[in-house]
Design a protein around this ligand. Structure first.
Ligand code: G4P
Length: 540
């Protein structure tokens, strides 16, 4: 058993003030995995970079925690990664990308207090970066930008910064400035000091390691590093121009309006240490969360005594022999102790005897956890995404959103006699948060919605194995779903009556507009300026 509080602490800070919860947002291939690995490596959480992918195997024999994973066949290995730096404990929440992209990816961001946005210097803002950024913007969480792959030919730094400003409507403040990119990349200047971090190519003097050599910007060494006076002069000129971006403002950053920008090469471990230092300095700790208590609005501070939290992700077991799930609980307040009984806001009691906690270095079953920590709670389906847990059972956190699906499919059983059975199964999986479900105003079909393609596959699989249903997922006549809202109820009803062929409702009975294309949504919006076509819906 490990107990984080038994480790010597250099400060008297309350535990929750030592936590920093963040996620990395990026488009596939920008370097998220490489950066994650090298962050863990730089802080000693793993001893060899290149282990994140192989982590499951490497650790399997090591801890009790892994035994749970092995016995139950649940893969939770990359859901939360923890490392320590400067007396802070960082919980890095994984946001699955590629084919694993799903609502979980979005919802995980609701449990983070800060995000690192990784961009490929050659590609800038890519579609998935933009989608994830928009989710961060829902809560205005602060974002630190890391421009990666500086060791490869990339775009002009000024262009990259302009793109961030234009596409994301964020103020940018470069904290560093890179000297060229690709073969000519020499390193970065720290704009807050006179230090130049020298990039050493592996083919020059071996691997730079995590700490790049520091050089005084005014020293003669700069000429020796650049080996080209014109390049150095150009760089010095750019550094002067870069300072005109203005001062970094912590309040603007905390409110999600301004992003500090860092540069490096995750693969070469260059700039990773400085990025972690920036996180330690800038990332906010656990925040006060708004909630409802017995119908009253309350604010839950991390220092509150009562243990509270919310479930932001439920990982289903893909092993057919077991039905276990792991609910991921982000603790909002209090000191959680192993064996504690927590209640959902609907009064369901859950004894947490075998929580999975994620601590630095060795992740083991642990005895306690604090606001800003994440606990994995094995259960048989009693926990759902968006559930609030507390000792009193009276706390309900607001705002676990639903995200408009990008893939819509009409679900039909091969055996038409099983239509009722199908509806029940679809409802139950939608309640669990696996996929969303819409009932069109016309016809008996049920429309399943997902954010990622894998969600539909998971659903088909579970339909077959858990409910014995052979389900066909066909293309429906619509492509896009948007929740609609209007301050004037009558106007909303008039719109619904006029567009009955395209109306439906979700599981909670909220009205949904099912459109053939984005153009149709734009057209409907133009004709009905008072209506709001929403791509997210807060879950109450
Ligand atoms: P992701 O998780 O965001 O999808 O990206 P990942 O870290 O897997 O990186 C994608 C590819 O980009 C990998 O190459 C990785 O080595 C490379 N990469 C990441 N950071 C840097 C960097 O700073 N500089 C350079 N030059 N490359 C970088 P791959 O060939 O697809 O995979 P692998 O065979 O190297 O593992």
């Amino acid at each position: 058993m490990s107990d984080i509080t038994s480790k010597p602490s250099h400060t008297k800070k309350p535990e929750s003030e030592r936590r920093r919860v963040f996620a990395i947002i990026s488009h596939p291939d920008a370097g998220k995995t490489t950066l994650t690995e090298n962050m863990l490596y730089a802080t000693g959480a793993i001893h060899q970079a290149g282990r994140v992918a192989a982590r499951g195997e490497a650790r399997r024999t090591k801890s009790d925690w892994m035994k749970i994973e092995q016995e139950r066949g649940i893969s939770v290995s990359s859901s939360v990664m923890t490392f320590e730096h400067k007396d802070l404990i960082f919980n890095l929440l994984d946001t699955p990308g590629h084919e694993d992209f799903s609502e979980d990816t979005y919802r995980t961001l609701t449990a983070a207090d800060c995000a690192v946005m990784v961009l490929d210097v050659a590609k800038g803002i890519e579609p998935q970066t933009l989608k994830l950024f928009e989710v961060c913007r829902l809560r205005d969480i602060p974002i630190i930008t890391f421009v990666n792959k500086m060791d490869r030919e990339g775009r002009e730094t000024f262009d990259v910064l302009s793109e961030i400003e234009d596409k994301l409507a964020l103020d940018v403040v470069p904290m560093q400035w890179p000297a060229a990119s690709g073969r000519r990349f020499k390193g970065t200047a720290d704009l807050t000091s006179n230090v130049f971090y020298r990039f050493i190519r592996p083919d020059e003097d071996g691997d730079t390691g995590v700490g790049a050599p520091q050089v005084d910007m005014d020293s003669d060494e700069m000429s020796a590093i650049f080996k080209d006076e014109d390049l150095l002069a150009e760089f010095r000129e750019e550094v002067e121009l870069a300072k005109e971006y203005g001062e970094f403002n912590i309040q603007s950053f905390n409110e999600g309006h301004m992003t500090p920008v860092y540069f490096g090469s995750a693969l070469r471990k260059f700039g990773v240490r400085e990025l972690i230092d920036a996180l330690a300095e800038l990332a906010p700790g656990p925040q006060v969360e708004p909630a409802q208590k017995a119908g009253q609005s309350v604010e839950i501070a991390p220092s509150n005594k009562e243990v509270t939290g919310f479930v932001f992700k439920v990982q289903a077991n893909m092993d057919l022999n077991h039905r276990d799930r792991v609910g991921f609980l982000r603790l909002v307040s209090g000191e959680f102790k192993r064996g504690m009984k927590l209640k959902t806001a609907d009064g369901k009691a859950i004894s947490v005897h075998n929580p999975i906690l994620f601590f630095a270095q060795d992740r083991e079953l642990a005895d306690n956890a604090f606001a800003g920590d994440v606990i994995g709670i094995p259960n048989h389906g009693s926990l759902r995404v968006g559930d609030s847990l507390s000792e009193s059972g009276k706390i309900r956190f607001a705002g676990m959103p639903n995200f408009a699906p990008e893939i819509l499919r009409r679900a039909r059983t091969v055996d038409p006699l099983k239509a009722k059975h199908l509806r029940k199964a679809l409802e139950s999986l939608a309640e669990e948060g696996v996929t969303q479900l819409f009932k069109p105003a016309f016809g008996a079909d049920m429309i399943v919605g997902a954010v990622g393609a894998l969600q539909i596959e998971v659903m088909a699989d579970r339909m077959k194995n858990e409910y014995g249903l052979e389900v066909l997922f066909e293309m429906p006549p619509y492509q896009i779903a948007r929740w609609i809202a209007c301050d004037d109820e009558a106007e909303l009803e008039a719109f619904a009556a006029k567009n009955r062929n395209n109306m439906g409702e979700d599981l909670d009975g909220a009205p949904v507009f099912l459109a053939k294309s984005a153009w149709d949504i734009g057209y409907a919006q133009e004709k009905n300026p008072n209506l709001r076509f929403l791509s997210t819906k807060e879950r109450r």
